[in-house]
Design a protein around this ligand. Sequence first.
Ligand code: UT7
Length: 324
Amino acid sequence: MFNSKIIGFESYVPQNSITNDELSKLVDTSDEWIYTRTGISKRCLSTKENTSDFAINVAKKLLENNNVSAEDIDIIIVATITPDYLTPSTACIVQGNIGAKNALAFDINVACSGFVYALSVADKFLKSGLYKNAIVIGAETLSKLIDWKDRGTCVLFGDGSGGALLTASKDYNSILSEDLKADGTSFKAITGGKIPNVNPFTEEKEEEDFYLQMNGRDVFNFATKTVPKSVNEILKKANITLDDVKYIVPHQANSRIVEVVAKKLGVSLDKFYLNLQTYGNTSAASIPIALAEMSKNKLLQKGDKIIITGFGGGLTWASMLVQI
Ligand code: UT7
């Protein structure tokens, strides 16, 4: 019987950091509005790199810092809603670049829940006993999907990537319980990247709405209702309480969402790890960027139990109890 052991986290963000004040020169907004409504002060934005460039950097760091060779990787999963291409997958570009010639590779599209979904998928592959090592990455170039004239969305998002290296283990289990769900009846709450019907036989040209559109209020209400329930669900499944959990690492969308969630769960805000002030909302990348930062700052020790919880487009949500 095999389980998944997480052996490392890494991240990579583009160098170009843009402050709220800089954005207020582009659209009618202010540092005061953005910071008090979201908790965001700045975000990293790509000037030339694509999602695969971010993900390749993360994959290389995972291999180097954990002394694993590319040829020993069996699975590469990239969670992204901003792939370089619709085909090939970003994961295939990573696989080719790092020389992981024995690996299968594919992307998954689950928006801000993507990294947790991807970890869960990799976990099932490793549990099968047929595969040994997996690289799981969340990577986004959301700046490509943003309407830079829309102040309601352009102030929220950032670019970057983070990931984890997992290995099949007979004596350690990093993934203790999970709750992955979707509610496609509310898919219109967040949409982006619509592909129009343009063939010569179409009756009517569809209106193009390529850029990301979000009903922020609906997503706010969905997140504050769903995340506490999902967190309680995974605690119940593992038969533990929040007292046994060192940190909750939420999708980094809005500090006010986290304040409501903390109140509903009856825990101090200190239990939550937040870095959205520096990176903004990086969708599938937000949780692994936070985990890599925590790991680098020695906040995570072997045996610590933490909760990761993502929510967003789909609508989808995903929580996981992780043992470091
Ligand atoms: O990762 C995917 C998951 N996404 C999320 O979790 C997002 C969840 N939602 C949110 O974080 C919040 O709903 C937002 C931060 C997006 C918006 O905050 P809000 O408190 O819900 O504001 P609102 O959309 O109700 O807008 C309030 C006012 C409006 O003006 P009026 O109609 O009251 O005059 C907006 O036009 O704020 C205005 N506004 C802005 N003003 C200055 C919207 N964006 C801006 C802006 N600067 N950037």
